[in-house]
Design a protein around this ligand. Sequence first.
Ligand code: NCD
Length: 369
Amino acid sequence: MVTMEIARQQVAQSDTAQRVAALNHNDRPFHAVLAQQFDRANVEQICQLADMIRSIAESRQGSQYLRTLLSHRRAMLYFIQPSTRTFLSFTAACQIVGTPYSEVRDRSTSSEVKGESEDDTIRTFSQYFDFIIMRHPVEGFAEHVARMLNSMHRPIPVINAGSGKDQHPTQALLDIYTLYRAFADPAAPRGEPRYTKNIFAGKTIAFVGDLKRGRTVRSLTYLLCRYPGVRLVFVSPPELRIGDDILDHVQRHNIEHEFQDDVRANIGDYDAIYMTRLQDEHDVAGESKKIDYYRYSLTYEMARDFKPGLAIMHPLPRRHELDERLDALPQAKYWGQVQNGMWARAALIATIFNVDGPIRDHYQAYYTF
Ligand code: NCD
């Protein structure tokens, strides 16, 4: 525990560039722990690769080809926080690229109950598996694990599938992928051109709800700051405002932004609305119970004021902040967002293990005319 504390303090002290350098190899993500690791080129390549993978996977031969790519790798899913989508999305992504996986979802079944440190548990995983996908309640722990594994005899990648209130970088990748697909010109051909221009310039994206404790919003904001000309509106109760570290990042990147405390104000201005639920599992003494979340909810009646091209997003799970009757509208992108996550994560795993080149070659050879 003491070593973990020291490691976390060291992590907090080093600046972002150093932190990113420890997680990337040759400007590519080796680990995927922080959204700041992904520049525009990385993001665009992953989106493009995700499109290629989903096209290739449509046929039996194509999906058989994909399954040969990483069948010699094994994944460990260490998920000790609740998860439905992210866990299944990663298992499906592993299946797409042929990677067998194992899981630990409950600490009470691990040797941690015999007094083993969590670091040793993870060192053990590193002897059986070729990468670790982890969801963990402690902020910074995935980064600590990445650094710890860097110093092992055989370093293996760590993918952060959600770390406390802090980051959820793979959700941010799938969110950007979803936004790209939502904003893209439907007449544009599949493949490269779609992801090489800044389609976010001039777009207004509203983040709504518990922005203080929602890790998805934090990671996605980091990625959106890569797109000059995007405008961000943070709509939250005053006590659940987005963290100062994120605002500082937004300001340093000269991204136009404003604050609102009711989603209904200016609803017709938004090109995307990113909804989030109240993260009350982080309450200390039920303090968020008094918040009127209606101001941060979308009802069916509001739809008449939506822009026709609006993209409604939600990382899910939802509660009452997003009316189920909205699901049928063309603006509702959140179910597609779930599926996009599987393709984007398959693309990320392929990128980390350097099989993105063969996938591109395969696509060029068989899927372009
Ligand atoms: C989110 C998470 O776990 O941070 N869910 C997800 O991974 N899609 C959002 C949430 O729990 O509200």
